[in-house]
Write a protein that binds this ligand. Structure first.
Ligand code: RIB
Ligand code: CA
Length: 313
């Protein structure tokens, strides 16, 4: 089977970093055409730095990394240094990147790739705010029909919010962008907090990363050691939730996940619930289903897959 062509849209972020490492370690499954960076966890200059650090950590300095939007469509950027540290990749001490950033803007790369590749062969994998994706759809409405699928980390229903009482960070930072994406008519699969909060890096799982005895294994263990503080303090959880790697794992092993095809709409008006993903899980409305909303994961097999693939780098 040929590898699935993907563009990873990302705001690294320790969990983005693990998602990117998993993708780069899985060439038989995923053909990473490029990483498009967006402002989110930290500002754009740091997300482009961090994306390249991760590519070099993976031993893949030829990966094309593009800088995208440095602010949401209509709002002031909100970042998450309180979770990811001031660099966005706190935890391991890794060398500054030497690989180049591509000259082309990330949005133009997304548009050009979708227009030049055969229709229905490109999957977009947003791991951060949806600003780049929405901007591409606004600038080139023709590309929507050409996207195979959008598989994104974002939103929440039963878990509700992590940045406000009702909103998940990626959606909250740019709710207008999320609204454009969820109304685009493109096939969407959502990996929300409802499933990512089940993918917790317990100490045994962290030990398995460290036991790889590799640069990558050690760095991932150090990233999750740092990244888990926020969730342990807030939720009392048993470790860091690996939000973004759920996207990569879903693409590699969808059988580890399950969910429902339902209607999901984005709150863009109410100051109280701004950025909420209003998921009609119980189908109590006649709103048209527009997204596969994932709620379950086989966490043990997810971590087994992740650890086995990281061992390759
Ligand atoms: O809410 C979790 C999401 O926000 C993850 O993608 C994390 O990296 C941050 O971007
Ligand atoms: Ca992210």
């Amino acid at each position: 089977m040929t590898a699935r062509k993907i563009i990873i849209d990302t705001d690294p972020g320790q969990d983005d970093a693990v998602a990117i490492l998993l993708a780069l370690a899985s060439p038989e499954d995923l053909d990473v055409l490029g990483l498009t960076c967006v402002a989110g966890n930290v500002p754009l200059d740091l997300t482009t730095r961090n994306a390249r650090i991760v590519c070099e950590l993976a031993g893949k300095p030829d990966t094309r990394v593009f800088a995208g939007c440095d602010a949401p469509l209509q709002r002031k950027l909100i970042t998450a240094e309180h979770v990811h540290g001031k660099t966005g990749l706190d935890g391991p001490v890794l060398p500054e990147p030497t690989m180049p950033l591509q000259d082309q803007h990330a949005v133009d790369f997304i548009i050009d790739t979708l227009r030049s590749e055969p229709e229905g062969t490109i999957t977009l994998c947003p791991l951060g705010p949806l600003t780049n994706i929405a901007t591409a759809l606004q600038r080139a409405p023709d590309i929507g029909a050409r996207v195979q699928e959008i598989v994104l980390m974002g939103g929440a229903y039963f878990e509700v919010g992590n940045i406000t009482p009702t909103a998940e960070f990626n959606i909250y930072v740019d709710p207008e962008a999320a609204d454009i994406v969820f109304k685009s008519g493109i096939a969407i699969t959502v990996l929300p907090l409802d499933v990512t909060h089940q993918a917790l890096v317990t100490s045994a799982r962290n030990d398995a990363f460290r036991a790889l005895g590799t640069k990558v294994g050690t760095a991932v263990a150090q990233m999750t050691d740092f990244f888990e503080r926020f969730d342990i303090e807030k939720y009392g959880s048993q470790g860091a939730p690996l939000h973004d790697p759920c996207v990569t794992a879903y693409l590699i092993a969808p059988h580890l996940f399950s969910g429902r095809f339902i209607n999901v709409e984005i709150e863009t008006q109410s100051p109280l619930t701004l950025g909420m993903t209003v998921a009609d899980w119980w189908r109590v409305t006649d709103r048209k289903p527009n997204a596969t909303f994932i709620r379950e994961i086989d966490a043990d097999h997810f971590f087994a897959l992740l650890t086995e693939r990281l061992a390759r780098l």
